[in-house]
Design a protein around this ligand. Structure first.
Ligand SMILES: *Cc1c(COP(=O)(O)O)cnc(C)c1O
Length: 359
């Protein structure tokens, strides 16, 4: 790979906004660092990428993304250890997934060196924005969208790829009650559910807002055809612990292939937990709940890492999960975070250093 300084034009901010920013009290996704990465695709080729001060980017009201939703994104984090070293976690996975999403939406793939060099340079440049507490991080949001200003319903000619960075604190976990959804669907076979396509999230807002009015925080999506099988939650994959077995649905074209999910499966297997990757019906989950055998449910995703579910609602039933004696969710969360924050050995090579302070 070329030196990022050659590859990327860097225009630094004149005065950092960091001194007037309170990193100890952040609402997720509302604060952005001094810089952002941007690369445009025009006339069939990629233009020279840039890092510039965070700013609004003008766009015509005829821009295709607004009309046809040709947009995909990613979500990942940079983590800081006690010495100030900074790491990414399996960024190659996000890069490949972004391009799988792009292909599904008939968009050109983003050159891998732009993605990786842009990410690393941006994180390095804005490293002082990363809160140092265990659990806090710098959330990174690559977003890729169609900018041709014409409204013919066909793929755009021009695109923009941007990476934003947003400091984040440990995810607040209060009660997380989830509801099994049987009417609305997030994804369908042959559709775009496996992609991080912007429209997938708009499609779930209404159902989620309705569930919130009933006191739930998230929805458990079921398969769109029969609504008999549990699939995933809004922005998380799901794990169900029945007795001492962890069960998670296999990924498909309706289920997002989560990096956290994959890492959790690996950690669970390598630490002697029994894991089954298979389809799982709502009936099986509810039968286990009624019989006292449903020990845990948790979500996995970059934002929350591992999020324990406290209760599950299905039709007229509501089941409160027990406080488990042996807690798989918290064990797995700690194992994963210790790798991310450089507190444990990383036998898998998942941790990618971006900034290494000299001793
Ligand atoms: C991003 C996302 C996940 C979690 O993926 P991670 O790579 O673990 O962050 C799960 N489900 C959906 C629908 C998502 O968009």
């Amino acid at each position: 790979m070329k030196d990022p300084d050659d590859l990327i034009i860097i225009e630094k901010i004149k005065q950092s906004r960091l001194p007037e920013t309170d990193l100890s009290d952040i609402k997720f996704g509302t604060i952005f660092t001094d810089h952002m990465f941007i690369a445009d695709y025009r006339n069939g080729r990629w233009e020279k990428p840039k890092i510039i001060p965070y700013q609004a980017l003008p766009m015509a009201p005829s821009a295709k993304v607004l009309h046809y939703g040709q947009a995909v994104f990613e979500g990942m984090k940079a983590y800081k250890d006690a010495e100030g070293n900074v790491f990414l976690f399996r960024p190659d996975k996000n890069m490949k997934r972004l391009n799988r999403s792009a292909e599904r939406l008939a968009m050109p793939t983003v050159p891998e060196e732009y993605f990786m060099a842009g990410l690393k340079k941006l994180v390095e440049l804005d490293q002082d924005w990363i809160p140092a507490e265990y659990g806090s991080s710098l959330y990174l949001r690559p977003v890729y969208y169609a900018i041709s200003d014409e409204i013919a319903a066909s793929p755009s000619q021009d695109y923009r790829f941007v990476i934003l960075a947003s400091p984040a604190q440990a995810y607040y976990t209060g009660d997380v009650k989830v509801k099994v959804e049987e009417h609305y669907s997030r994804a369908c076979s042959g559709g775009v559910g496996f992609a991080k396509a912007a429209g997938n999230y708009a499609a779930q807002f209404l159902a989620t807002e309705k569930a919130k009015k009933e006191g739930f925080k998230q929805i458990i999506w079921t398969d769109s055809k029969t609504h008999e099988f549990v699939e995933e939650a809004g922005t998380m994959n799901l794990f169900f612990r029945i007795d001492d077995t962890l069960i998670t649905a296999p990924t498909s074209d309706r289920i997002l292939h989560g990096v956290t999910r994959e890492s959790i499966i690996r950690l669970a297997e390598d630490n002697g937990m029994n894991v089954e990757v298979r389809r799982l019906t709502v009936d099986e989950v509810m039968d286990a709940a009624r019989g006292g055998r449903l020990m845990e449910i948790f979500g996995s995703g970059t934002a929350a890492t591992v999020l324990p579910i406290t209760g599950i609602g299905y039709r007229d039933e509501y089941y409160e999960l027990p406080e488990p004696q042996v807690n798989y969710a918290s064990r797995l969360k700690k194992m994963l975070m210790d790798i991310q924050y450089n507190r444990a050995e990383d036998p898998y090579g998942w941790r990618v250093p971006v900034v290494l302070k000299k001793q």
